[in-house]
Write a protein that binds this ligand. Sequence first.
Ligand code: ADP
Length: 465
Amino acid sequence: MRRPRLSVRARLALWHAGVLILIVCLFSAGIFVFVRGSLFAGVDRQLARALETVDWVYHHEPEDIQDLPTESGIRLFRVVAGGKLFYQTESWERAELAQGLPGSAAPESWKSPDGRWYRVQVVTAPGYTIAAAVPEGARRDAIWTLVLILAAGIPLAAALALAGGYFLAGRALAPVGAMADKARRITADCLGERLPVANPQDEFGRLATVFNDTLSRLCDSFERLRRFTADASHELRTPLTAMRSVGEVALQRHLEPGKYREVIGSMLEEVQRLAHLVDSLLVLTRADSGAARTEREVVELSSFAGSVADNLRVLAEEKRQTLEVEPGARVEAACDPGILRLGLMNLLDNAIKFTPPGGAILVRARANGSGESHIEVQDTGPGIAPAHRERIFERFYRGDAGGNGNSPGAGLGLAIARWAVAANGGRIELESEESRGSLFRIVLPTASSGGTATRAPLSATARPG
Ligand code: ADP
């Protein structure tokens, strides 16, 4: 059977009491040893003085030895000379100290037959023996009283330590309770709420601050997700609405067979737009979840750029644009060619899309000599106004293009390009002059070693130039 776990408060109180009891026990033991030692040392000094006095009197004034108990208060002694009793005090006799007297020369505690305790010492010299004793009862009583006081103090200290510990732990843990109450009330709908921070410098304050930071990040993510979902639904609705109205109009009227083909063609165009949009959303969603893996390998960028440009050449030809790939030296970078292709295709697609018919698009790859390789896409399009340059890499942001009829896109191309380049450890820079064209530069670290596999999260280091 599992033991029920005690609360932190109870555990803290128990620990507190345990440690305090240990300290009180050690302290009490120390006091006991010290007091006992000093009391016995006092008795031993008294005993030594008595023996010295008896010895002196025995040698210098033996006839006065019976006055010693009254004159100097030495009531318990005995002198044996030449094997015969020379003198013993009345008290000595009464206390029956002679019986079973310890023979040791060091002071010893001895219990007389009547149950009293004495400290006894015997000094043996050639021809005589002096024994003296001092009653120990009062000292023993004092020691016992001390033991009783100390023993009674331990449970009292334990009770106080438990109660005090419980109270203190309760006060110290109060912020946790407040945080838990608040945290319980925070839901996805009210992520703007924050935990109370009483003192940001203490442990709970730091915990609450970290939690609040996490909440802020969560709140941002939720907000981005909401915006993304709203924007995506909006973008998905446009082609669907177009298809529905084209279909409805076609059904309401009787059309010639040729017109039906036109209607189907226009619907297919919308379907294609829809499919492209869904593909883009899928790429970004996978990028967000970190599910897209990059398999890096050494890629020669000039021929890579050439093959991507070849794929899109037909679009440029449709608009009578020149699409050139500038020949150059071999440039290598360690990247995932599949993901990088996605980025470059979006940049080239934009260049073709936004450059007016008859314009020119130039693609070049080169190394900048400081450990970075570049792929540049330059066009002679309308350029990008400074106000939009910072934001065109955001999802669904279309700058001026949304209104000028140039863009059939949803504003996801550059977001995908930025992710694709960042996933390969690079960034995108932008140079643009209004009415003169734009230059998008993919900057990648130059190849150093063989292939590696990493996850490609969207927290891109890429920044618009
Ligand atoms: P989309 O092309 O689908 O509109 P993008 O994310 O690719 O979305 O581009 C965002 C916006 O950046 C475009 O709508 C356009 O205003 C601007 N833009 C991108 N590339 C170019 C370019 N080569 N020339 C001019 N404007 C561009």
